[in-house]
Design a protein around this ligand. Structure first.
Ligand code: HEC
Length: 163
Protein backbone atom coordinates (compact mmCIF):
# COMPACT_ATOMS: atom_id res chain seq x y z
CA UNK A 1 0.00 0.00 0.00
CA UNK A 2 2.73 2.42 0.99
CA UNK A 3 4.70 1.45 -2.08
CA UNK A 4 1.71 2.25 -4.23
CA UNK A 5 1.22 5.61 -2.57
CA UNK A 6 4.85 6.50 -3.11
CA UNK A 7 4.51 5.52 -6.74
CA UNK A 8 1.43 7.70 -7.16
CA UNK A 9 3.10 10.68 -5.50
CA UNK A 10 6.19 10.18 -7.59
CA UNK A 11 4.22 9.94 -10.84
CA UNK A 12 2.19 13.04 -10.02
CA UNK A 13 5.25 15.09 -9.19
CA UNK A 14 7.04 13.82 -12.27
CA UNK A 15 4.20 14.72 -14.62
CA UNK A 16 3.67 18.12 -13.01
CA UNK A 17 7.36 18.80 -13.52
CA UNK A 18 7.21 17.66 -17.15
CA UNK A 19 4.23 19.89 -17.79
CA UNK A 20 6.04 22.86 -16.37
CA UNK A 21 9.12 22.18 -18.46
CA UNK A 22 7.11 21.90 -21.66
CA UNK A 23 5.18 25.10 -20.98
CA UNK A 24 8.41 26.95 -20.30
CA UNK A 25 9.92 25.86 -23.60
CA UNK A 26 6.83 25.93 -25.81
CA UNK A 27 6.39 29.12 -27.77
CA UNK A 28 3.18 30.54 -26.40
CA UNK A 29 2.19 33.61 -28.35
CA UNK A 30 -1.15 35.26 -27.61
CA UNK A 31 -3.74 34.78 -30.34
CA UNK A 32 -3.97 38.51 -31.01
CA UNK A 33 -0.33 38.48 -32.19
CA UNK A 34 -0.86 35.33 -34.26
CA UNK A 35 -3.72 36.99 -36.15
CA UNK A 36 -2.25 38.36 -39.37
CA UNK A 37 -3.52 39.90 -42.63
CA UNK A 38 -4.28 37.18 -45.20
CA UNK A 39 -4.83 39.25 -48.35
CA UNK A 40 -5.45 42.81 -49.52
CA UNK A 41 -9.20 42.51 -48.92
CA UNK A 42 -8.79 42.92 -45.18
CA UNK A 43 -9.29 39.24 -44.31
CA UNK A 44 -7.14 37.82 -41.54
CA UNK A 45 -5.89 34.38 -40.55
CA UNK A 46 -4.91 32.98 -37.14
CA UNK A 47 -1.75 30.90 -37.05
CA UNK A 48 -1.34 28.21 -34.42
CA UNK A 49 1.57 28.35 -31.99
CA UNK A 50 3.04 25.34 -33.74
CA UNK A 51 2.83 27.06 -37.15
CA UNK A 52 4.50 30.17 -35.75
CA UNK A 53 7.30 28.00 -34.40
CA UNK A 54 7.88 26.14 -37.69
CA UNK A 55 7.74 29.46 -39.59
CA UNK A 56 10.43 30.86 -37.35
CA UNK A 57 12.74 27.94 -38.00
CA UNK A 58 12.28 28.17 -41.77
CA UNK A 59 12.85 31.94 -41.69
CA UNK A 60 16.00 31.60 -39.58
CA UNK A 61 17.35 28.89 -41.91
CA UNK A 62 16.60 30.58 -45.25
CA UNK A 63 16.04 34.31 -44.79
CA UNK A 64 17.68 35.60 -41.60
CA UNK A 65 21.16 35.82 -43.07
CA UNK A 66 19.87 38.85 -45.02
CA UNK A 67 16.75 39.75 -43.02
CA UNK A 68 17.88 39.51 -39.40
CA UNK A 69 15.26 41.20 -37.19
CA UNK A 70 13.28 42.14 -40.29
CA UNK A 71 15.98 44.39 -41.69
CA UNK A 72 17.45 44.00 -45.18
CA UNK A 73 21.20 43.75 -45.23
CA UNK A 74 22.13 45.00 -48.68
CA UNK A 75 19.14 47.31 -49.19
CA UNK A 76 18.08 48.66 -45.77
CA UNK A 77 15.30 50.85 -47.13
CA UNK A 78 13.37 47.77 -48.36
CA UNK A 79 12.94 46.19 -44.92
CA UNK A 80 10.26 43.77 -43.72
CA UNK A 81 8.53 46.35 -41.50
CA UNK A 82 4.78 46.86 -41.79
CA UNK A 83 5.12 50.36 -43.23
CA UNK A 84 7.67 49.38 -45.87
CA UNK A 85 5.73 46.24 -46.91
CA UNK A 86 2.58 48.33 -47.12
CA UNK A 87 4.27 50.97 -49.28
CA UNK A 88 5.29 48.52 -52.03
CA UNK A 89 3.42 48.50 -55.31
CA UNK A 90 1.23 46.48 -54.93
CA UNK A 91 1.23 46.30 -51.10
CA UNK A 92 3.06 43.31 -49.56
CA UNK A 93 1.59 43.54 -46.09
CA UNK A 94 -0.28 40.20 -46.15
CA UNK A 95 0.44 36.49 -46.02
CA UNK A 96 -0.48 35.86 -49.66
CA UNK A 97 1.44 38.90 -50.93
CA UNK A 98 4.65 37.78 -49.20
CA UNK A 99 4.18 34.22 -50.55
CA UNK A 100 3.83 35.78 -54.00
CA UNK A 101 7.07 37.71 -53.45
CA UNK A 102 8.99 34.56 -52.49
CA UNK A 103 7.67 32.88 -55.63
CA UNK A 104 8.27 35.82 -58.00
CA UNK A 105 10.17 38.71 -56.40
CA UNK A 106 9.79 42.07 -58.12
CA UNK A 107 11.19 45.54 -57.50
CA UNK A 108 9.54 47.86 -54.97
CA UNK A 109 7.54 49.61 -57.71
CA UNK A 110 6.48 46.22 -59.09
CA UNK A 111 8.08 46.99 -62.45
CA UNK A 112 11.14 44.73 -62.56
CA UNK A 113 11.56 41.00 -62.16
CA UNK A 114 14.09 40.32 -59.37
CA UNK A 115 14.20 36.54 -59.73
CA UNK A 116 17.90 36.67 -60.67
CA UNK A 117 18.71 38.78 -57.58
CA UNK A 118 16.41 37.58 -54.79
CA UNK A 119 15.99 33.95 -53.58
CA UNK A 120 12.75 32.50 -54.96
CA UNK A 121 11.03 29.22 -55.70
CA UNK A 122 10.58 30.07 -59.40
CA UNK A 123 14.28 29.72 -60.22
CA UNK A 124 15.50 26.94 -57.96
CA UNK A 125 18.25 26.32 -60.53
CA UNK A 126 19.75 29.61 -59.27
CA UNK A 127 18.57 29.30 -55.67
CA UNK A 128 18.92 25.61 -54.70
CA UNK A 129 18.30 26.42 -51.01
CA UNK A 130 14.71 27.26 -52.01
CA UNK A 131 14.10 23.88 -53.65
CA UNK A 132 12.78 22.14 -50.56
CA UNK A 133 10.22 24.79 -49.63
CA UNK A 134 6.65 23.86 -50.53
CA UNK A 135 3.69 26.25 -50.61
CA UNK A 136 2.85 25.59 -46.97
CA UNK A 137 6.42 26.41 -45.93
CA UNK A 138 6.15 29.74 -47.76
CA UNK A 139 2.90 30.49 -45.94
CA UNK A 140 4.53 29.68 -42.60
CA UNK A 141 7.54 31.91 -43.35
CA UNK A 142 5.20 34.76 -44.33
CA UNK A 143 3.10 34.13 -41.23
CA UNK A 144 6.22 34.39 -39.09
CA UNK A 145 7.20 37.76 -40.63
CA UNK A 146 3.69 39.13 -39.99
CA UNK A 147 3.59 37.75 -36.43
CA UNK A 148 6.92 39.46 -35.71
CA UNK A 149 5.45 42.74 -36.98
CA UNK A 150 2.73 42.36 -34.33
CA UNK A 151 5.11 41.29 -31.59
CA UNK A 152 8.29 43.27 -32.01
CA UNK A 153 8.27 47.07 -32.41
CA UNK A 154 11.90 46.92 -33.58
CA UNK A 155 11.15 44.45 -36.42
CA UNK A 156 12.53 46.00 -39.63
CA UNK A 157 12.53 49.43 -38.04
CA UNK A 158 14.67 51.69 -40.22
CA UNK A 159 15.51 54.22 -37.54
CA UNK A 160 17.08 51.50 -35.40
CA UNK A 161 19.52 50.22 -38.01
CA UNK A 162 22.99 50.09 -36.58
CA UNK A 163 25.60 50.28 -39.30
C1 HEC B 1 20.86 37.05 -50.16
C2 HEC B 1 20.09 37.94 -49.31
C3 HEC B 1 18.61 37.68 -49.16
C4 HEC B 1 18.00 36.51 -48.73
C5 HEC B 1 18.64 35.18 -48.38
C6 HEC B 1 16.58 36.81 -48.68
N1 HEC B 1 16.34 38.11 -49.02
FE1 HEC B 1 14.53 39.04 -49.07
N2 HEC B 1 15.42 40.74 -49.76
C7 HEC B 1 16.77 40.91 -50.00
C8 HEC B 1 16.99 42.20 -50.62
C9 HEC B 1 18.34 42.80 -51.02
C10 HEC B 1 15.72 42.80 -50.75
C11 HEC B 1 15.40 44.16 -51.38
C12 HEC B 1 15.10 43.93 -52.84
C13 HEC B 1 14.84 45.23 -53.60
O1 HEC B 1 15.81 45.89 -53.92
O2 HEC B 1 13.67 45.56 -53.81
C14 HEC B 1 14.75 41.86 -50.20
C15 HEC B 1 13.39 42.09 -50.15
C16 HEC B 1 12.47 41.22 -49.61
C17 HEC B 1 11.06 41.49 -49.50
C18 HEC B 1 10.33 42.77 -49.91
C19 HEC B 1 10.27 43.71 -48.72
C20 HEC B 1 9.44 44.96 -48.95
O3 HEC B 1 9.28 45.74 -48.00
O4 HEC B 1 8.92 45.15 -50.05
C21 HEC B 1 10.48 40.41 -48.92
C22 HEC B 1 9.01 40.20 -48.59
C23 HEC B 1 11.54 39.45 -48.68
N3 HEC B 1 12.75 39.98 -49.12
C24 HEC B 1 11.35 38.22 -48.11
C25 HEC B 1 12.35 37.27 -47.99
C26 HEC B 1 12.13 35.95 -47.48
C27 HEC B 1 10.80 35.44 -46.95
C28 HEC B 1 13.32 35.28 -47.54
C29 HEC B 1 13.59 33.84 -47.18
C30 HEC B 1 12.83 32.85 -47.93
C31 HEC B 1 14.28 36.20 -48.10
N4 HEC B 1 13.67 37.39 -48.36
C32 HEC B 1 15.62 35.89 -48.30
C33 HEC B 1 17.76 40.00 -49.72
C34 HEC B 1 17.56 38.68 -49.33
Amino acid sequence: MLKRLILIVFTTVFFAWQLQISSVFALDIKEVYRTVPLNDKGETIVLSNKEAQVGKKLFVDTCAQCHFQGKTKTNPTVSLSKEVLEGAEPSRNSLLAIVDYIEHPVSYDGEQDLSLYHPNTDRTDLWPEMKNLNKEDLELISGYILTQINLDPKWGNLSLIDN
